[in-house]
Design a binder for this molecule. Structure first.
Ligand code: EPZ
Length: 441
């Protein structure tokens, strides 16, 4: 394999085997870092992975006045003693590059009385609006003034007020925004139709250690009583269940045998059931932190896959799984109900020889917001198809891994460009590919 940073030259068609170690969840660690803004005392986050979002949020926290120490062995120390706001153009650099900076709004309103929100830059999986974040912040009493790039928000320092908010959709980001404000808002707050992903529970666990009063009630209701101060904490981030599933799908696709270290079985529950139905098998260590994945059946089995919010089949799990099911002995149906435009990887799979047709109709039973809005969010994949190596370009993070996965399942040589995008979510993924035996051209 040769790699000039943004292009990966692979030779596929070989069953892959080996062991990879994964660390903190890309969708948990950056939020835990933002929570450090809520206290003047030192915060130590462990098990972080050195990926783009972690580096970007570290820089943003420094622009906001925090002191951070260079991460050592996955440990990052943050001290938000003197937090201040920053110039719009400095903040814009971060907000247009990631979905995380918008989460600094609630802590900044509490600490400085000022925050800014940018209209979503959108990304390849959908428009990624922030209307629910604004709804939460306004509910806490923030005043908003439209600007040509989004909104300026103001509130009295330490003056957020508890509120009851009902989300029209259980948004992960909006739930995080709610938690980061409610824990220091005056009085009681309640969020209805809240997201309950493991990454949300991890943020709640850290806030609880910092002194917050948070109760997750049945039926997606989160109740919080604001406290006057939060203290420093040392917290270890949960492992990346999305990366673990990516490596599992690679074993299924290439008929390999891949061991993943540093997982938490409970976070993978729904994925494991789908994996076994797809003809895969797995074996966990007794402590549940290490698991080996392999293809049990001679060929993967076709499935009906519908993504949903937790505890459903996670949207970030679908593209690697569907890519593996191009090798299944029959027809697979996919209904993506979380992001409206997450099937762009279908074009690359077709270029590699897969038979994947996308549809705007809802091909499933899960209620979905996209049916009548002309979004290509369902697909049918006819297998098995022999994938032939070719050149493909990566559109988004999880699809990007699927392109590499498809190239490794294909016979012959492929060049995958745009792979630097994978550095957003997969720490040292080139080295990990070598660990599982991915071959040089
Ligand atoms: C998080 O994104 C994850 N990203 C996503 O993972 C993941 O796919 C998503 O949650 C769903 O689980 C991070 O945690 C950094 P949402 P987030 O708010 O918070 C709509 C990956 O590959 N919505 O739950 O942005 C939105 O358009 C990434 O790791 C609004 O309408 O997701 C989408 O249709 C991809 N208004 C739906 O909610 C809002 O204000 C889910 O979005 C916010 C969201």
């Amino acid at each position: 394999m040769t790699d000039n940073g943004d292009a990966l030259h692979l030779t596929g068609g070989i069953p892959l085997g080996g062991t990879v170690k994964i660390r903190g969840s890309k969708n948990a660690v950056p939020k835990l870092m933002v929570a450090a803004l809520l206290t003047e005392e030192p915060v130590l986050i462990q098990n972080i992975s050195q990926i783009v979002d972690t580096r970007l949020v570290t820089e943003l926290l420094e622009v906001l006045g925090c002191t951070t120490a260079q991460p050592v062995d996955g440990r990052l120390r943050i001290e938000a003693r003197d937090v201040h706001t920053a110039a719009t153009r400095d903040l814009e650099y971060f907000h247009v590059r990631s979905r995380i900076p918008v989460l600094t709004c609630a802590p900044l309103l509490h600490r400085t009385g000022h925050a800014e929100v940018w209209k979503p830059g959108g990304c390849s999986i959908g428009e990624r609006p922030v209307d629910l974040h604004l709804e939460v912040l306004r509910a806490f009493g923030a005043m908003s003034e439209r600007t040509d790039t989004g909104f300026k928000l103001t509130a009295e320092v330490g003056g957020l007020k508890g509120a009851v908010v009902e989300l029209k959709y259980p948004s992960v980001g909006a739930t995080e925004q709610f938690l980061l404000g409610a824990v220091v808002a005056a009085g009681d707050s309640e969020l209805r139709n809240a997201a309950t992903e493991p990454e949300i529970i991890d943020l709640i666990s850290m806030l609880q250690r910092m002194g917050a009063l948070i109760t997750v009630q049945p039926g997606r209701v989160i109740q919080v009583t604001g406290v006057s101060r939060l203290r420093g904490v040392s917290h270890t981030a949960i492992p990346d269940r999305l990366e673990a599933a990516s490596w599992a799908s690679l074993a299924l696709a290439t008929d390999g045998r891949i061991t993943v270290r540093g997982v938490r079985q409970a976070d993978l529950g729904t994925y494991l059931n789908v994996y076994r139905r797809a003809g895969g098998e797995f074996d966990f260590s007794s402590d549940g932190n290490e698991v080996t994945f392999w293809r049990e059946k001679s060929m993967p089995r076709p499935l009906v896959v519908e993504t949903d919010v937790h505890p459903g089949f996670m949207t970030d799990w679908q593209s690697p799984m569907i890519t593996a099911l191009t090798q299944a002995d029959g027809v697979t149906v996919l209904h993506e109900t979380v992001h409206e435009n997450r099937l762009a990887y279908g074009k690359a799979l077709q270029a590699l020889g897969a038979q994947m047709q996308v549809f705007t109709e809802c091909l499933g039973r899960t209620p979905c917001r996209f049916g009548s809005r002309n979004h290509q969010h369902s697909a049918v994949v006819v297998g098995p198809t022999k994938l032939q190596g070719t050149n493909v370009h990566v559109p988004d993070l999880r699809a990007g891994f699927s392109y590499v996965l498809a190239a490794l399942a294909a016979q012959g040589d492929s060049t995958v460009t745009g792979v630097s995008l994978l550095d957003r979510g997969y720490e040292n993924f080139r080295e990990k590919l070598i660990c599982v035996g991915a071959k040089l051209r």
